[in-house]
Design a protein around this ligand. Structure first.
Ligand SMILES: NC(=O)c1ccc[n+]([C@@H]2O[C@H](COP(=O)([O-])OP(=O)(O)OC[C@H]3O[C@@H](n4cnc5c(N)ncnc54)[C@H](O)[C@@H]3O)[C@@H](O)[C@H]2O)c1
Ligand SMILES: [Fe+2]
Length: 348
């Protein structure tokens, strides 16, 4: 990994080592929010490289990954060259697209075939991640979260992890305040869920405590180096859950995402606000952060949903067994009953 203000300018040198074939090219996946931004001009494109503007209005779907992978293969046939690397530049959604496309260039079938744990057969092509939002920890995790035809579930594998990350705090400086808050709270909630979970070990605790301290500084006592801190908080928070798990909030947020299309960061915030019984201190502090940043959460989101849709949300949440077990221990089923989860959703 490289870290530091302005380090994006090192990307060309970093990729030079990977340009081992004369008939090879790099694929840059850039969040289309930057289509008119100077960052686009600074992407170090070389001859034969291709830059694809990706749209993340919807969080990544397996169908979108399949389309992007097919486009890259068609491009490779066209220029008679081989993809040497996939570089994702954007928020967690774009990072996940880059991970997934790099996997699907070397594995047959659809991305939906690999949603689950350790189903990937062949290593991905080289892939690098460059965040423009901080909080998800997607830059360090071994998953790419995808919505498929039946489920919202990651492709979890050792091959999913980026080969290289470039953490340049200048790239998150212009993120809209609300989005920055929601994505930042993803990190804060990772820390709370990891540190209060039953899976906690010293590895997770060490990274989780550091990430939590940094989140507190960024959101309660901001200063000129807040972007640097938030970027490292996201990294440490991601490392913390790598060896533990998230918990109740993330399980509920996946249900909200699947049925309502609510994005991960905001979905987490919506759910977390109703979880004082599970995370009393965390929710209290989260509300202080919301006050300080004048955040108004959307309410009454489930009011117009059908019974079937609410049941689907409960199903999606309950599939995430490791999350419940981390939060509530081996007897979690006695606490997280369908009725209990339904009641929580109905409050949202
Ligand atoms: N792989 C993992 O471990 C992991 C973990 C948590 C979340 N996720 C995934 O990450 C996604 C959420 O990521 P996110 O919260 O970073 O947001 P995002 O990538 O979904 O982006 C949110 C919005 O912000 C815009 N944006 C991004 N960077 C910007 C910038 N610098 N300036 C202005 N606008 C910018 C995007 O275009 C988009 O409209 C979800 O798809 C979630 O499933 C993955
Ligand atoms: Fe998260």
């Amino acid at each position: 990994m490289v870290f530091g203000r302005g380090c994006f300018s090192q990307l060309d040198d970093i990729l030079a080592e990977r340009r081992t074939l004369s008939r090879g090219f790099m694929v840059f996946l850039l969040d289309d929010v930057f289509s008119e931004h100077p960052l686009k001009q600074n992407v170090p494109l070389q001859e034969n490289d291709t830059l694809i503007l990706v749209n993340v209005d919807d969080e990544p779907k397996t169908t979108y990954v399949d389309k992007l992978s097919a486009d890259v293969k068609a491009y490779a046939d066209n220029v008679k060259a081989q993809p040497l690397g996939v570089i994702g530049i954007g928020g967690g959604s774009t990072l996940d697209l880059a991970k997934a496309v790099s996997l699907m260039l070397n594995n047959p079938g659809s991305a939906a075939d690999y949603q689950g744990w350790d189903l990937i057969q062949h290593p991905a092509v080289y892939h690098a991640g460059i965040p423009t939002l901080s909080g998800t920890g997607a830059e360090v995790s071994r998953t790419t979260v995808l919505t498929g035809p039946e489920k919202k579930l990651g492709i979890n594998s050792d091959h999913t992890v980026f080969d290289q990350i470039v953490l340049d705090p200048e790239l998150i400086a212009d993120a809209p305040a609300q989005q920055r808050f929601y994505t930042g709270m993803d990190c804060y909630i990772h820390c709370i869920e990891s540190l209060t979970g039953t899976f906690l070990n010293q590895f997770s605790r060490s990274y989780g405590e550091k990430a939590l301290d940094l989140c507190r500084e960024v959101f309660l006592d901001p200063g000129p180096d807040s972007d640097d801190k938030l970027m490292m908080a996201s990294y440490c928070g991601g490392m913390s859950i790598a060896y533990s798990q998230v918990g109740v909030c993330h399980a509920l947020s996946y249900g909200l995402g699947f049925v309502l299309g609510l994005h991960h960061g905001i979905g987490n915030c919506v759910a977390f606000d109703y979880l004082s019984e599970f995370y009393p201190a965390g929710v209290k502090e989260f509300r202080q952060m919301m006050d300080k940043h004048q955040i108004e959460l959307p309410r009454n989101l489930v009011a117009d949903l059908s019974n079937d849709q609410i049941e689907t949300m409960v199903d999606v949440a309950l599939v995430l067994e490791p999350l419940w077990e981390n939060a509530l221990g081996p007897d979690w089923r006695k606490i997280a009953t369908r009725e209990k989860i339904r009641d929580l959703y109905l409050q949202m």
